[in-house]
Design a protein around this ligand. Structure first.
Ligand code: FES
Length: 232
C-alpha cells in the first residue's frame, strides 16, 4: 500500500498518515481517537464501496460535529499547500483509495459555521455547476455562497470563507481497504461551533454533543440524514 493511501482527507481528503503529518514541518494534524467508518449494518466501510459523487455524512471527532465523506470519482491533487485564517500553513496530501479519489472534510462551513442538521442543510457537494456556482464539483454553502474545492484540500474558490474546510486524516491501519479516521488537519472550528450552537446541539444530542466518538462512526447518505437540502 502506498503511503499516501493512508490519508483520509482532513476536513477535505483522505490522504496521509498521522505519522507522515507529524513528520512534516508544515503539518498541523491533530490526533483524535481512532474510529473506523462503518455502514448502517456496522460493518467497516471499504473504499471501493463508496459510490462516486454521493454526499455521505459521518460525525467525527465529536458526536455532534459532522463531516463529509466523498468519492470524487477522479484523482485529487497529490499535495496542496493551504493556510488557515490565522495563517497557519499545512500540506494536504490528497485523497485515498486506489484512485486517490476519496476525501473527508468537516461539514461545518468555515464562514459562519452553517452545518447539516436533521432538519435542513445549506451545505453539500454539488456535482453540477448552478446559478450560484459556476464551477462543478464544489462543496457549496448556500448561506452566503462559500464554495470549496474538495479535490484541492477544500480550498476556498468563491464566497466569504477565509479558510478551507478542515480535513479528516486517515489513521494507519493493517486493513488498508477500510477507512479509519484518526486526526484532523487545517482550521478546526469546533470550540466556536459548540459555543454558537449550544442550545440547538443540546436539543439534538442531549449532553453528548461534545463527547468524543466511539470506536466506530456510522456513515449515512446525506439525503437520509437531512429532511431538506437547500439548493442554490
Ligand atoms: S455560513 Fe457558509 S457561506 Fe456563510
Amino acid at each position: 500500500m502506498q503511503r499516501r493511501d493512508f490519508i483520509l482527507g482532513c476536513a477535505a481528503g483522505l490522504g496521509c498518515s498521522t505519522d507522515a503529518l507529524a513528520q512534516s514541518p508544515s503539518g498541523t494534524a491533530r490526533p483524535y481517537r481512532r474510529a473506523l467508518l462503518v455502514d448502517a449494518r456496522g460493518e467497516g466501510l471499504l473504499a471501493r464501496e463508496i459510490a462516486p459523487r454521493q454526499n455521505l455524512l459521518f460525525h467525527y471527532p465529536y458526536v455532534g460535529t459532522p463531516a463529509f465523506l466523498l468519492n470524487l470519482g477522479r484523482p485529487t491533487a497529490t499535495s496542496s499547500a493551504l493556510s488557515t485564517a490565522k495563517r497557519s500553513r499545512y500540506q494536504w496530501r490528497g485523497g485515498v483509495g486506489a484512485a486517490r479519489s476519496i476525501v473527508a472534510f468537516s461539514a461545518i462551513c468555515a464562514h459562519q459555521m452553517a452545518y447539516p442538521t436533521r432538519d435542513i442543510s445549506f451545505i453539500s457537494f454539488r456535482e453540477q455547476a448552478g446559478p450560484q456556482h459556476r464551477r462543478a464539483e464544489v462543496i457549496h454553502c448556500c448561506a452566503e455562497h462559500s464554495q470549496y474545492d474538495p479535490a484541492d484540500g477544500a480550498r476556498v474558490v468563491a464566497g466569504p470563507a477565509t479558510q478551507p474546510l478542515a480535513a479528516g486524516v486517515r489513521a494507519p491501519d493493517p486493513a488498508p481497504a477500510t477507512l479509519p479516521a484518526g486526526a484532523t488537519q487545517g482550521g478546526e472550528l469546533f470550540d466556536a461551533f459548540f459555543a454558537k450552537y449550544e442550545v440547538r446541539l443540546s436539543l439534538e444530542y442531549g449532553a453528548r454533543a461534545r463527547d468524543r466518538v466511539g470506536e466506530t462512526c456510522t456513515v449515512v447518505p446525506m439525503d437520509q440524514y437531512c429532511r431538506q437540502q437547500v439548493r442554490c
